[in-house]
Design a protein around this ligand. Structure first.
Ligand SMILES: C[S@@+](CC[C@H](N)C(=O)[O-])C[C@H]1O[C@@H](n2cnc3c(N)ncnc32)[C@H](O)[C@@H]1O
Length: 201
């Protein structure tokens, strides 16, 4: 499902700095929840509404998706969630060690070709960064429709410093600290099983 380019997205992001952060801003932040690959922002908005005392940050590298997210944050008058329009790899280097409560990876791009393995958000390079930036006891939570990406990710987690807390290939969507994403809605509407894993630092 490729998002069709919208020319309004970049001007909208530039105009609505009240809902945007830059990667460098994370250098002085701690105690927040991070979503990597926020897509069109439904998860970010629902979570920030459900947990109004928590701070949420989304990272999204696609300009049109970022535009949709910024628009949702503005129109819903969300104050406790911000978006960074950038690549997670460039952003994460700014984050201090042991500063994030939870990282969510929701329906990450699967990059099925072997030569693209290093682009997967659960490859070793990213897992090392997640481990560094998460607090002791902090969680990394992955949800995906893609069974191959899930199997690959499980192998990577087993070889990492994370502890697997829970793992299911048929997630019912009922965990309290969670919300449904746009992709999840689509996959649930055609009865595709959803995989979910929770890892602890
Ligand atoms: C398949 S979509 C899922 C969107 C949303 N999480 C959902 O579940 O509806 C994956 C999103 O992750 C973004 N993404 C992939 N790699 C990224 C990276 N390295 N940094 C930031 N965003 C990334 C893509 O641009 C895309 O919008």
């Amino acid at each position: 499902m490729r998002t069709k380019f919208k020319a309004w997205a970049e001007p909208y992001i530039n105009e609505h700095t009240e809902v945007m952060l830059k990667g460098e801003d994370l250098a002085t932040m701690k105690d927040f929840v991070l979503e990597i690959g926020s897509g069109k922002g439904q998860f970010l908005v629902l979570m920030s509404q459900k947990f109004p005392t928590m701070q949420f940050v989304g990272i999204e590298k696609n300009v049109t998706c970022s535009g949709f997210t910024a628009k949702k944050l503005v129109e819903n008058e969300v104050k406790n969630a911000k978006l960074i329009f950038d690549d997670a790899e460039r952003v994460l280097v700014n984050v201090k060690d042991n500063s994030i409560d939870t990282i969510f990876l929701n329906f990450s791009d699967p990059w099925p070709k072997k030569r693209h393995t290093k682009r997967r958000l659960t490859c070793e390079r990213f897992l090392n960064e997640y481990f560094r930036v998460l607090k002791e006891g902090g969680n990394l939570i992955i949800k995906t429709d893609n069974d191959d990406l899930f199997a690959y990710s499980k192998e990577m987690f087993e070889a990492s410093k994370f502890t697997i807390v829970s793992c299911t290939t048929d997630y019912d969507g009922k965990e309290e600290f969670d919300s449904i994403t746009e992709y999840e809605e689509n996959f649930r509407s055609v009865n595709k099983n959803i995989n979910r894993m929770v890892l602890k630092k």
